[in-house]
Design a protein around this ligand. Structure first.
Ligand code: PLP
Length: 396
């Protein structure tokens, strides 16, 4: 099944205004997502927030099923949270580290995760090991296997980094984690929605993702998956009336499933929007989305490589729809600005997001373009045209 791009664009109002190649930042929402949220807000305003929640309980509950279906999990293994970071933090802080424990990670670990690894090293005395890349620029499975010892408590990996098109071999990492009996936390923030994600195939124990990127859900949405078999070995750092029941003056019972990682207060409307976005991705077909996004990323890389002075910086054997590049003689922010003047949305990434990686590769700021399935070849060509013009001298 292939994607009907015209149809996808017709239900995406933003495509009439911008050439949006910043889907790794936040994707353009669809009309059905907007309508579902608007209807929910309307009910809240009309009958009251708690009353609207009671009325729409079934729709809200169905979001867990949608997310679980998308990643091959059970609904009780899903916690709905506000961001990938909130999910990652909830999972990470539920592990009781002891001084001397080791955490292994990759060179592409996301900034916020890496900051918390550094904090844990300082506060709890854990040791952080950054596994080198293999010859393709992705995490080396051999080096990971060699690095694991009896002190290793956690493997924390970012599937698709914020700063490039790499897709780390997360399933191979999962096999190593299982062989060694080490917990495995996968940050799938940038792969969910553009790649097929199956938690059993990946072998991860915990996985976090955001709604706003390739899932095309609203900002302020995300989820955390926690495998049933590890749930009881994890203890949330903090509880509230959603994650636990206060059963007596000195007693409480934690929620049985992953909802022990949730908080009571959240935007129900945006969660409904998340559910609509996930259902839309499932209806289009995750395979079809993956095929189209991967192809658009490869096409854009090839088109940019053909422009004199342009260097493409994505690494890895498997590359997705995130394309990072530099233009000789033009700073990344100036490239982004020139594109924005033509209503072409991109973003800029750099060492501040990727200190385990960019300094080693001698990289500064790069332009990041990230098409989604609703983008067209013509839109890619528009970007390449502007970039080509940057190197050209004005004619007299
Ligand atoms: C790889 C990765 N992980 C996590 C995040 C954080 O996501 P959120 O802002 O939803 O917490 C990002 C955001 O750019 C990311 O690229």
């Amino acid at each position: 099944m292939s994607i009907d791009v015209e149809l996808a664009r017709s239900i995406t109002p933003g495509t009439r205004h911008v050439n949006h190649l910043n889907n790794a930042g936040a994707s353009l929402a669809t009309r059905p997502v907007l309508d579902a949220m608007a209807a929910y807000f309307q009910r809240e305003a009309t009958i009251g927030g708690y009353e609207a929640e009671a009325e729409m309980q079934a729709e809200h509950d169905a979001v867990y099923d949608s997310v679980a279906t998308m990643i091959g999990a059970h609904r009780d293994e899903i916690a709905l949270v506000e961001s990938a970071t909130a999910g990652w933090n909830a999972a990470f802080t539920s592990i009781r580290f002891r001084p001397g424990d080791r955490i292994l990670t990759g060179r592409s670990e996301y900034v916020s995760n890496a900051l918390n690894l550094l904090l844990a090293a300082e506060r709890d005395g854990v040791e952080i090991g950054v596994i080198p890349d293999d010859e393709h620029g992705q995490i080396s499975i051999d080096a990971l296997r060699d690095a694991i010892d009896e002190r290793t408590r956690l493997i924390a990996l970012t599937h698709v980094p914020t700063s490039g098109g790499l897709v780390n071999p997360a399933a191979a990492v999962g096999r190593v984690a299982r062989e060694a009996g080490v917990l495995y936390l996968l940050d799938a923030c940038q792969s969910v929605g553009q790649r097929v994600i199956d938690v059993d195939e990946l072998g991860c124990d915990m996985l976090c993702a955001t709604g706003r990127k390739f899932l095309r859900a609203p900002r302020g949405t995300g989820f955390l998956y926690v495998r049933q078999t590890v749930l009881d070995s994890l203890q949330p750092l903090l509880l509230d009336s959603r994650s636990a029941n206060w059963t007596g003056p000195t007693t409480y019972e934690m929620e049985a499933g992953a909802r022990r990682f949730e908080e009571f207060e959240s935007s129900r409307a945006t969660r409904i929007g998340l559910g609509v976005a996930v259902d839309a991705a499932l209806a289009l077909g995750l395979d079809a989305i993956a095929a189209r996004t991967t192809a658009l990323g490869a096409d854009l890389r090839a088109m940019l490589r053909a422009v004199p002075g342009v260097e493409v910086h994505d690494k890895g054997d498997d590359r997705c729809a995130i394309v990072t590049f530099s233009v000789a003689g033009t700073a990344a922010r100036d490239v982004q600005r020139a594109l924005a003047e033509r209503s072409i949305n991109t973003s800029v990434t750099g060492p501040h997001f990727s200190q385990f990686d960019f300094p080693q590769r001698g990289l500064g700021l790069l332009v990041r373009a990230s098409p989604h399935y609703y983008n067209t070849d013509d839109e890619l060509a528009q970007l390449v045209d502007v970039v080509s013009g940057l190197g050209r001298k004005p004619t007299a």
